[in-house]
Design a protein around this ligand. Sequence first.
Ligand SMILES: NC(=O)c1ccc[n+]([C@@H]2O[C@H](COP(=O)([O-])OP(=O)(O)OC[C@H]3O[C@@H](n4cnc5c(N)ncnc54)[C@H](OP(=O)(O)O)[C@@H]3O)[C@@H](O)[C@H]2O)c1
Length: 283
Amino acid sequence: MSDILVTGADGMLGRAVVRALSGRHAVVGVDIAAFDIRDAAATLDAVRRASPHVIVNCAAYTDVDGAESERELAFEVNADGPGNVALAARDVGALIIHISTDYVFDGESRSPYTEDDTPNPLNVYGESKLAGERAVADSGAEYLTLRTAWLYGHDSPNFVETMLRLAEGGERLRVVDDQEGMPTSAADLATIIADLQSTGVRGVINATNSGSCTWFSFARAILDLSDLSHVHIEPVRTAEFTRPAKRPRRSVLSLARLNESLGWEPRSWQEALADYLTERLTG
Ligand SMILES: NC(=O)c1ccc[n+]([C@@H]2O[C@H](COP(=O)([O-])OP(=O)(O)OC[C@H]3O[C@@H](n4cnc5c(N)ncnc54)[C@H](OP(=O)(O)O)[C@@H]3O)[C@@H](O)[C@H]2O)c1
């Protein structure tokens, strides 16, 4: 018996969510070793046994480039999986909080994307996540789907750690300066989830830290806040990197619905990053 069941609990966001909720609720975190969300019967069985009132689904296939050659697996995990979790949530009368992505959009809009804008994913990962959103919405369960972006969190490979490792290793840094997005701390998103789960807010909501930047500016800030401002970074264009998956050029999300739902505004990505870097040093 648990209040809240977190799937994907060994992942970057899952761990932060378990941490954020644990003081206030009976939280059970599970990952693929406990049950595979692709398996509808196993998912239903595990959810019935846990009997939670909220399920936070952080389980996902998150290899954006890998999805281009593993389309079937990406859809099984990101589309069928959330559908199975949502049907199980409906069965036990639980709310499902599902995590989606800014990559459901094509990034061609000049203004920030609202939740009502029409998705148009550019890559297989984004297509599979959009199919997952739809499976959750069609399940008949009470749901809240949070679209987040550019996540980083402790003890997981992520962009911040990659930049620090390369800079400290004396490698030449070349970072794209023509893709804009919203860097988001997994810990901050977990706090948002912890707050939203007790409200009556339902449907789709964008959920990130405030503000946007390019990968290049993000990298610059990471180094400047880490006493590595002397390290040179070269801004480059996306066209100079050949990668399997296309990325949106400008996936900036409107946070108006989030701010209204929370009654407070998530802090800026710069403040969240500064805290992350401090915590990283102090353990
Ligand atoms: N990371 C980002 O920048 C970003 C941006 C926007 C949205 N998101 C979304 O945010 C959510 C959390 O992402 P994250 O970065 O925390 O991902 P993550 O670190 O890759 O964690 C995902 C977890 O799900 C597990 N998992 C994979 N397949 C599973 C299955 N079939 N059944 C049960 N568990 C399974 C993974 O296990 P294995 O490690 O063993 O595969 C992993 O522990 C995802 O929905 C993702 O799409 C992420």
